[in-house]
Design a binder for this molecule. Structure first.
Ligand code: MG
Length: 158
């Protein structure tokens, strides 16, 4: 068994929507990022790579590479999933939390869970998505950014 954790944060800006956990959220905000800025998928990729001992998302999809400009982060997640399979690693379960003061994410968590499970080839019961606020404290509470945490457990085929 191997455990991994991931954390990511992105800047919140005025906009016309964002993608979190692979799900489009209609709101008067956007995410400032090189890729699509899917903070939840980035944290989840880092947790998976961390558990596998394979470094971090920046190693494979650097934000200095124009190839990844505006990239769909679900492509990152599917690629990370392939890398796990190549190393004989399977997901036991994953638990994630998105911390956002705005927009309100609770109505979207089931759709996020389904999207992430589909990209990882696992049953939705094996992944959990939670949404919370920061009680109006700090940069998240001031609506300057959104953060995400992920913890995963992997098991080896071997
Ligand atoms: Mg990121």
């Amino acid at each position: 068994m191997r455990i991994g954790n991931g954390y990511d944060v992105h800047r919140l800006v005025p906009g016309d929507g964002m993608v979190i956990g692979g799900v489009h959220i209609s709101c008067p905000y956007g995410i400032k990022a090189h890729s699509d800025g899917d903070v939840l998928i980035h944290a989840l990729c880092d947790a998976l790579l961390g558990a596998a001992g394979l470094g971090d998302i920046g190693r494979y999809f650097p934000d200095t590479d124009r190839q990844w400009q505006g990239a769909d982060s679900r492509d990152f997640l599917r690629r990370v999933h392939e890398m796990l399979a190549e190393h004989g690693l399977r997901i036991v379960n994953a638990d994630t939390t998105v911390v956002a003061q705005v927009p309100r994410l609770a109505p979207y968590v089931d759709a996020m869970r389904a999207a992430l499970a589909a990209d990882l080839g696992i049953h939705a019961a094996m992944i959990n998505v939670k949404a919370t606020t920061s009680e109006r404290m700090g940069f998240i509470g001031r609506e300057e950014g959104i953060a995400a945490h992920a913890v995963v457990l992997l098991e080896s085929d071997k």
